[in-house]
Design a protein around this ligand. Structure first.
Ligand code: SF4
Length: 429
């Protein structure tokens, strides 16, 4: 029996797909990349943007065609699905289930109960990379930002037990993983068994072995001084922080229900930069939120110029069903205007990212080698979460994917670095 798994959306969805793969493989399914060969098609969808929902609608015609050729084919939908879409989709899918009900998938497919666990996050994922492992530490969200569907699709925050998280990471390290990324909709509000996120980070940081530790995503209102000090002290946490600002104007932030102001955010960045040398910062920004005037947008552009982000994930606002913004405000910024605003921010980002990257030229830095790109070049990642192409110098050296090497930076662009291996880095690892 073969399954074809289609995933889109955030890193959390990708991590969930690795758990779906485990459940299917435990009951004898093998993955196929060819949809026509599949006995089971499973779509792990995202509802954060309407575009992603429309993609699922776009796939249905193809699914129906394949089902005509193979009447035994089962088509299943999971992930972040809004109630309204569940009702519309149900006539085309054999099963729609909430991701937290993943253990019940076994029963649907085999009529037998999953004997291992009822907690879907405890299902060990079939991790697709041999180097980087995503470890969910919490799921769901209590924040109800006005534009966001997550609290409606994933429900309220649930944190996993620190004991289980540590045991899972110990096993990953034993299996040779070198980059551990702690995942959650808002990792800063992690709290379980009297352990907060700062304490959990220290516990992971104290584990034996050479590895890098990252975490996504953060909420400015929950980034405490205790956590900033911990990040600065932890040896395995690199100088990288993803801190979504969403807008650079206080009135818009208030309408978004974000619970912080621009000056509070700027102050956080100041504290982080003071404590953590060479910090690289990324963010999320939404342009064209309902009622966003030109002046209010200009405040966001101004903030971007002043913070000088290394990366920003930009999105044009689109109303999402059930959310406060969709129910309360008119989506009144024209599409063309949203596009222009996004382009303006992208131009600012290109410049600040390039300027930040130029500081790397001539420096020797540590790089984790991840693999080969499509052109057969080796690529990796820095502790500041920058992507890097690495070339051999005059001598071809034996490189092992998943090892750390010293690399001299020779060229930079806005979205990445390029460098050469340094002989000295060929020590035993
Ligand atoms: S913090 Fe806001 S944007 Fe992030 S998942 Fe929660 S509601 Fe959505």
């Amino acid at each position: 029996m073969k399954y074809h798994l289609i995933t889109f959306g955030c890193q959390m969805n990708k991590s969930d797909s690795e758990r779906i793969a485990t459940v299917l493989e435990n009951i004898g399914y093998k993955e196929t990349s060819k949809i026509n060969e599949a006995d089971l098609i499973i779509v792990n969808m995202c509802s954060v943007r309407q575009k992603a929902v429309d993609r699922v609608y776009g796939m249905i015609k193809n699914f129906n065609r394949i089902k005509k050729q193979n009447p035994n084919l089962k088509i299943i939908l999971t992930g972040c699905v809004l109630l309204k879409d569940k009702n519309k989709f149900k006539k085309w899918f054999d099963l729609i289930f909430d991701i937290k009900d993943l253990p019940k998938l076994t029963k649907f497919l085999t009529k037998q109960q999953n004997k291992q666990t009822d907690d879907y996050l405890s299902i060990l994922p079939a991790i697709s990379s041999p180097i980087t492992a995503y470890v969910p530490i919490m799921t769901g969200c209590n924040n109800f930002c006005a534009y966001c569907v997550v609290p409606y699709t994933r429900g309220r925050e649930i944190s996993r037990s620190p004991k289980i998280i540590i045991a899972e990471i110990k096993k990953l390290l034993k299996d040779g993983y070198k980059e551990i990324i702690l995942l959650g909709q808002n990792v800063n509000s992690y709290q379980k068994d009297d352990v907060n996120f700062s304490q959990l980070l220290k516990m992971v940081d104290n584990l034996q072995g050479k590895f890098w530790l990252r975490f996504i995503t953060n909420h400015p209102k929950d980034l405490t001084d205790e956590l900033i000090n911990t990040i600065a002290e932890c040896k395995k946490v690199g100088p990288y922080m993803h801190l979504p600002i969403q807008a650079g104007n206080d009135q818009i932030l208030k309408k978004m229900n974000r619970h912080y102001t621009v000056s509070y955010y700027k102050n956080l960045i100041k504290k982080l930069r003071k404590k953590i040398q060479n910090l690289s910062i990324s963010t999320d920004i939404i342009v064209g939120f309902p009622g966003e005037t030109k002046n209010q947008f200009n405040d966001t552009a101004k903030l971007m110029r002043s913070i000088k982000f290394d990366m920003a994930y930009l999105a044009q606002y689109s109303p999402r069903p059930q959310t406060l913004a969709a129910k309360t405000f008119k989506d009144n910024v024209p599409k063309e205007e949203k596009k222009q605003r996004e382009e303006i921010l992208n131009e600012i980002l290109k410049k600040t990212a390039l300027k930040n990257n130029e500081k790397y030229i001539g420096k020797i830095i540590e790089v984790l080698i991840i693999g080969y790109d499509k052109k057969n070049n080796l690529y990796g990642v820095t502790d500041t979460f920058k992507h890097i192409l690495v070339k051999f110098g005059q001598k071809k050296l034996p490189i092992k994917i998943g090892n750390f090497y010293n690399v001299k930076i020779t060229q930079v662009a806005s979205w990445g670095l390029e460098g050469c291996f340094q002989l000295l880095s060929f020590r035993k690892q």
